[in-house]
Design a binder for this molecule. Sequence first.
Ligand code: 5RP
Length: 236
Amino acid sequence: MTADTKKRIAAERALEFVEDGMVVGLGTGSTAEHFINLLAEQVWQGLSVVGVATSIRTAELARERGIPLKEIDEVLGINLTVDGADEVDPQLRLIKGGGGALLREKLIAAASDRMIVIIDDSKLVDPLGQFPLPIEVVPFGFSVTSQKICEALAVEGCLGHRATLREGGDGVPFETDSGHYILDCACDTIPKPEALADRLCRIPGVVEHGLFLGMASLVIIGRTDGTEIIEALTKS
Ligand code: 5RP
């Protein structure tokens, strides 16, 4: 079974958690796209939901597929968000942002009663850190910010501590939907994700980092022999 098929079966399972009348946060990335396509099929068959998109790309896809959308500021709350992840550890801590949407993804996950993460089994790791940690920064002074981030990574025991400015296809810096840059930070391992998250938040110029801690309520893993669900003990 390919990784893409595993992503699709995880997305199919997530549909079971969607109820009529819900406001649903729609994630970004190839796994989330499976979920959006499957949700759209339910909408065509009469399911009534409102989507809140985590990126312009996701909004375009959802609109194209006929899912009614609202902006985050137009809804009173979000019942459920379904999104992918780049890494998930046994405590359901995540690295996200491979698709560059981490800021809006985090805002929408934080505004949701429940965040369901859908992944293929290659995303399960222990410890976090093999996937370069995306950090969204303001363009002004990004090299100074980058230096501070590398110092923070070193202090928190990340062996890699290198930050690379993400580029768009044309050699210019990649810009997020909010007009920021992304620094992809090689860590190798992140021994203390909470301590690193706290330290990163204190660096001027850092808008958001890709560590999602205590946010996932449930992770659905697509495996060759079916899906497995891991539930968080509590949602902080
Ligand atoms: C986008 C993300 C994605 O959820 C993450 O990159 C996983 O992507 P994919 O589902 O394509 O493997 O965080 O910012």
